[in-house]
Design a protein around this ligand. Structure first.
Ligand code: PEP
Ligand code: MN
Length: 363
């Protein structure tokens, strides 16, 4: 059920409707839009009797929501959600693309700072790195834990990039919430409903990756779990799904981007690193991701990928990331998006034409 308020409804009228919904034993989610505020009702088993709400001052209409997801849907909020970070120009869902880059895992202070310095210089506004790694083998590197989070907060102090890092359980989420700017929930946990609810009780934005075999509806329902607890700052991320194809690690499903954008107001990123698992495919699919309308990219970068403790095969060298950025800057312009430049370094050299750059051989 969705209560659509009139364009000029007062804040008092909005809270009166929310109070009424809560008094009926349901949960009210008031989401302001550009034109009007909509109030989603959750916690109802069946139909909510619309009569009482419809008569309240400031109410335009009460509409039943037939889809299983409510708060993520464009019925709830017609315009795109933009998640911003005070004091910076970085956003998820704004006209500027969000570029999240860094190593798969934080391995040491030296390693993190070496990558951070390079990705910052190339224009990334968000630094990623795992402190808690969900590894297929229990004998593989599991991450530095809280020490890794401390290193990332030093990276933020030094370079001003916002920190994105994964929480794998309730315990790590408590710590990630304390140190990071964005909480990542990984593919393997997309349907860990208790973790999703815990993330929904946080005030920090949540970057939710698509499960490796999740349908569009399952993906949106996972986001709904987070939002149903009151955290409306959810960023979706396509990272490839498991298919019969074996020329890549996963099959990057770029058709998900317009499909999500049709149904949901939430920003959606693409992660071509996990999406392909192969370094030489990351840049071409980054270009394609921007062209298809993604709100940003998540890219793994390492200064010495052969020695990386995880995901070296898909990690770009810093120079390749720099080239990727200059290429996506050109594609972004075509789809009316921008890639924020940082200082002198991030400027596209004047002599680099679109065609020559796009033709550049991929290592
Ligand atoms: C990661 O971002 O390093 C990661 C583990 O991603 P995913 O959950 O998509 O596999
Ligand atoms: Mn990884």
């Amino acid at each position: 059920m969705l209560v659509v308020m009139k364009a000029h409804a007062t804040p008092e009228q909005v809270s009166a409707v929310c109070n009424k919904i809560e008094a009926l034993g349901y949960r009210a989610h008031s989401i302001p839009g550009a034109e009007r505020t909509a109030i989603g009702i959750t916690g109802n088993k069946g139909e909510v009797e619309p009569g009482t709400l419809e008569e309240m001052p400031g109410v335009q209409e009460v509409i039943p929501v037939t889809k299983s997801y409510k708060l993520v849907s464009r019925d709830m909020k017609a315009e795109n959600t933009v998640i911003s970070f005070p004091g910076t120009a970085a956003t998820f869902g704004g006209p500027g693309l969000a570029i999240v880059a860094g190593p798969c895992a934080i391995e040491s202070r030296e390693q993190a700072f070496a990558v951070a310095e390079r990705v910052h210089r190339s224009g990334a506004q968000f630094f990623r790195g795992g402190a808690y790694k969900p590894r297929t083998s229990p004998y593989s590197f599991q991450g530095l834990g809280e020490e890794g989070l401390r290193i990332m907060s030093e990276v933020r102090d030094q370079f001003g990039m916002k920190i994105v890092t994964e929480a794998i359980d309730h315990e790590s989420l408590d710590l990630v919430e304390k140190y990071a700017d964005v909480i990542q929930i990984g593919a393997r946990n997309m349907q860990n409903f208790s973790l999703l609810k815990r993330a929904g009780r946080s005030r920090k934005p949540v970057l939710l990756k698509r499960g490796m075999s999740a349908t569009l509806e399952e993906f949106l329902m996972a986001a709904e779990y987070v939002m149903s607890e009151g955290n409306y700052k959810v960023i979706l991320c396509e990272r490839g799904v498991r298919t019969f194809a074996d020329h890549t690690r996963n099959t990057l499903d770029l058709s998900l981007i317009p499909a999500v954008q049709r149904l949901s107001h939430l920003p959606i990123l693409v992660d071509p690193s996990h999406g392909t698992g192969k370094r030489n495919k990351v840049t071409p699919l980054s270009r394609a991701s921007v062209a298809v309308g993604a709100d940003g990219l998540l890219i793994e970068v390492h200064c010495d990928p052969d020695k990386a403790l995880s995901d070296g095969m898909q990690s770009l060298y810093p120079d390749q990331f720099d080239e990727l950025m200059s290429q996506v800057r050109q594609i972004a312009a075509v789809v009316n998006r921008t890639v924020p430049a940082i200082g002198e370094h991030a400027r596209v050299p004047a002599n680099r034409g679109v065609s020559s750059s796009l033709r550049a051989a991929q290592p």
